[in-house]
Design a protein around this ligand. Structure first.
Ligand SMILES: [Ca+2]
Ligand SMILES: [Ca+2]
Length: 94
């Protein structure tokens, strides 16, 4: 597989690893989302310290309002975070 293909497969794998822990196997409930962020994005989680920040993050990700984060909602989040990372590197070069 190419690097990009591997990256896409990895994102799916990571999502599933957490989404299948409880309740709906294909969606992240808030506690699963929290575990995913803690374990996989610890750097980002230093900015989401309290429950209120996690609540509002979940709320902003949950566009269909079912109180869970499905794969599409998760991808929107990953895309957003990745774009922010990219911008950081773009400005680094200036
Ligand atoms: Ca789940
Ligand atoms: Ca949702």
């Amino acid at each position: 597989m190419t690097n990009l293909e591997t990256s896409m497969a990895t994102i799916i794998e990571v999502f599933q690893k957490y989404s299948e822990r409880e309740g709906d196997r294909h969606k992240l409930k808030k506690s699963e989302l929290k575990e995913l962020l803690n374990d996989e994005l610890p750097e980002l989680m230093t900015h989401v310290k309290d429950q209120a920040s996690l609540d509002s993050l979940m709320e902003s990700l949950d566009t269909d309002g079912d109180a869970e984060c499905d794969f599409q909602e998760f991808m929107t989040f990953i895309a957003m975070v990745t774009v922010c990372c990219h911008e950081f590197f773009v400005h680094e070069d200036e």
